[in-house]
Design a protein around this ligand. Sequence first.
Ligand code: 13P
Length: 266
Amino acid sequence: MSPLAAIARRPRIVAGNWKMNKTASEGVALARELVALRAGDPAAARAPRVVLCPPYPSLESVGGAIDGSGVELGAQDLHAETHGAFTGCVSGPMLAAVGCAWAIVGHSERRQLMGETDAMVAAKLRAAQRDGLIPIVCVGETLAEREGNLTEEVLVRQITAAYHGLDAAAARATVVAYEPVWAIGTGKVASPEQARDAHRVIRATLDKVSGAGRGSELAILYGGSVNAGNAAQLFAEPDVDGALVGGAALDAAGFSRIIAAASVGG
Ligand code: 13P
């Protein structure tokens, strides 16, 4: 298969990670506004898959607000076990039961603030798949790692740890998000070239770990200060298959412009 055919088969995806923002009623209002804006989008027929990842207490009500719209529901994390004495944690079956189809795993905020290790991220990836959720596997280097020329090493380590031992079919049923930590919430977006280079390292690593061809099959999203003003430039890079959006996903008008940017030529 030609590389272009492989690219054409990759879905475009725009996911909004609301992080710890919005009460349930605020989330419903945001989701309704987004659905209304998208319903009026003439490009909607060739729009990307759109995923909203609100906080746990809003999942069910936001799920109701997007029901039938084509917008999908995702969780920001999950516990690797299905149930048990894990105070404060939420499991995959619980998320699936409230309508989630996706789960973010390995977000840098969880790696950095909650001490999540590569091994925990690998376990969560497998748990998400066991429980019927599509994992969005986040990887990315810190500023110190980039400045120390360690970006490639970090991405190879994180992807290898997450995907090692996963069979080809399971690897194919995942999405990767490249989120350089220095670009998250800082307004400093990676250049399209920086995103392309990182995505290529990730694809090459997936080829090595999960078998030749996996790298070009998987959608790789870019995340880190994506907004309505810079999205089109990022999506013009053929190795960028969409975005994982934080702050700009909290505004329906801006987020729908990012979705529209992903629709062009998609
Ligand atoms: P920002 O878009 O706010 O930089 O956050 C990116 C992110 O962490 C998405 O998961």
